[in-house]
Design a binder for this molecule. Sequence first.
Ligand SMILES: [Zn+2]
Ligand SMILES: [Zn+2]
Length: 264
Amino acid sequence: MLTNFHTHTRRCLHAFGTEEDYVQEAVIKGVKKLGFSDHGPFPDHDFGLRMPFAELNDYLKEIERLKVVYQGKIQLYKGLEIEYHPRYREYYRQLLTEFGLDYLALGEHQFTAKDGTVKNIFFAQSTEDYLEYADAVCEGMRTGYFQFVAHPDLMFLNNLAPDENTLLACERILDCAAETHTVLEYNANGFRRERKCYPEGLRYPYPYAPFWEMVRERKLPVIVGADCHSPQQVCDFTFLDAISRAQETGLYLVNDIFEMTNRD
Ligand SMILES: [Zn+2]
Ligand SMILES: [Zn+2]
């Protein structure tokens, strides 16, 4: 069964298409479950590249409307991809209760470091930052508010040589995912980025093969996410190819982030 729980819309200001454009494409491609996970706003702070807080209600209302219009054709879910920062714990709770979201995906593009500053994992200064990123991701998982971790291996887009910190960061994330029963996402969007020359050789920034080898060894549940930023990417070649690659790696793939059913 084809499913995708990682879908952006034009509301985040760097993706294209309305909610309905994504639903129509998903129906055409035979996707049975589609979860919207646009970049979630924070009420008092704009970290950039995300939907404005003022759009949140319209976004949720529109998905509700589409749920009715496309009933019987596809199952839709209201989610957000959002960073975990400790000071927003109450906000995550509100999103899942008062705002009525079906799920949150932990997309830790930025994280709160130990010294309280906000760091961006796209610009890690050293592999020490990987450890802080891993600790922030783990703290997020332990809140129980996040249904899955989007691109947990995002740190590997940095051009830094692997060392003991990189291994330790992976172990911390995987130990915590096991302990909290959080699904990890094998993110197709990494394959849409350019292959680059890293210290280990030519590769995509992520998914990072050694990380997923460790996931396989631990038999942790994995969902493949399209991370589509345009309607054509809902179920394109890259997404289907990512599913094949995940299968070839021997990952324990699930179809759904709510029930751990084997991918069929
Ligand atoms: Zn993301
Ligand atoms: Zn995303």
